[in-house]
Design a protein around this ligand. Structure first.
Ligand code: FES
Ligand SMILES: [Fe+2]
Length: 325
């Protein structure tokens, strides 16, 4: 895989974290997945996503298009473009959307094969772990690197200074998602107060032994090449981190969203800050990968290889025509 792969600009058929609701400031809002121009419309709490190219002569409906009932009036020649109604002479396709907290997910086909259990996962998590935005960061790297990160056990020690990592095995999930599981080995919880952390540090120095008292489980499920959902933490303290990437001509936009149970809301700022720091650390590596460098993968890279095979199995999204729901 080269650091920026122009072919990755052609979208796959799986889910994307398209935007945070807070990014949809104007209505309609222009968006894109790779080379596919899209437009988002808000209807009360609901977000709808459509192709943005006017079927008459290709004007972008997200730049100056005006909503009128079930149409967008095109800014170029003023024709009324029907929304998601392929029976009308001029219409744009509507795409499946899932909302989970502040995160808006979309995919460019209604083909159930591309779902891989994500719709069910959103249903399972959304009420208990509402997502809030942590990071939106343009990165000059192939979008697949962002989600691949979860499958790369060794990088957590080298890049993010996690003291120890154990396990890290990938296996297919029941709906065709790809699951990776492991454990972090830490002296103390990053969410503990400073006094407790200090005590643990002193005890390690006094006794000259390090005890891995905090061993959070890392359980990540990739539902597409662009979305991975991680359950992180010991039993009772689990929170959810969604790491995602949307391809752009320059690389991708990486997004991280986090969700905690209501009684753990006070940990949210620390998790958000930690996610920002981690992504900035990854970015330095990603943006300096040497283009065309040969790879020599070994047994420790098996989960990464499994993720690449998982990605290769996603067909390209169908071209822009008709109603995709
Ligand atoms: S390009 Fe939209 S009406 Fe002509
Ligand atoms: Fe990372």
């Amino acid at each position: 895989m080269s650091p920026v792969n122009p072919s990755a600009v052609i979208p796959h058929s799986g889910w994307y974290l398209l935007a945070f609701r807070s990014e949809l400031s104007a209505d309609p809002t222009p968006l894109a997945i790779g080379d596919r121009a899209l437009v988002a419309l808000r209807e009360d709490d609901r977000v709808r996503v459509f192709d943005a190219a006017c079927p008459h002569r290709g004007a972008h409906l997200g730049y100056g298009g005006r909503r009128e009932k079930d149409c967008l009036v095109c800014p170029f020649h003023g024709r009324r473009i029907a929304l998601g109604d392929a029976t009308r002479p001029l219409s744009v396709a509507e795409y499946p959307v899932l909302q989970w907290g502040d995160a808006v997910f979309a995919r460019l086909t209604g083909d159930p094969a591309g779902d891989r259990g994500f719709a069910q996962a959103v249903e399972k998590y959304a009420a208990d772990f509402p997502l809030v935005p942590a990071v939106t960061l343009p990165v000059a790297v192939d979008s697949a690197y962002v989600v691949e990160n979860a499958f790369d056990g060794d990088h957590f020690k080298a890049v993010h200074m996690v003291p120890g990592v154990r396990g890290w095995t990938a296996s297919p999930g029941p709906s065709g998602e790809l699951v990776v599981e492991g454990e972090f080995l830490m002296q103390t919880s990053p969410w503990q107060d400073e006094r407790h952390k200090e005590e643990v540090r002193w005890r390690a120095i006094r006794t000259n032994t390090v005890r891995w008292e905090y061993r959070p489980r890392f359980l990540a499920r990739a539902y597409s090449p662009g979305v991975v959902v991680t359950e992180f933490g010991p039993e009772g303290e689990v929170h959810v981190i969604v790491t995602a990437a949307v391809p752009t001509p320059e690389g991708c936009v990486a997004r991280v969203a986090v969700g905690v149970r209501d009684h753990q809301r006070d940990t949210l700022p620390v998790i958000v800050a930690g996610s920002r720091k981690a992504l900035a650390e990854d970015q330095v590596i990603w943006e300096h990968l040497v283009p065309g460098a040969p790879e020599r993968l070994d047994g420790r890279d098996e989960p990464v290889v499994a993720f690449r095979e998982f990605c290769a199995d996603f067909p390209a999204a169908p071209p822009m025509t008709g109603d995709a729901r």
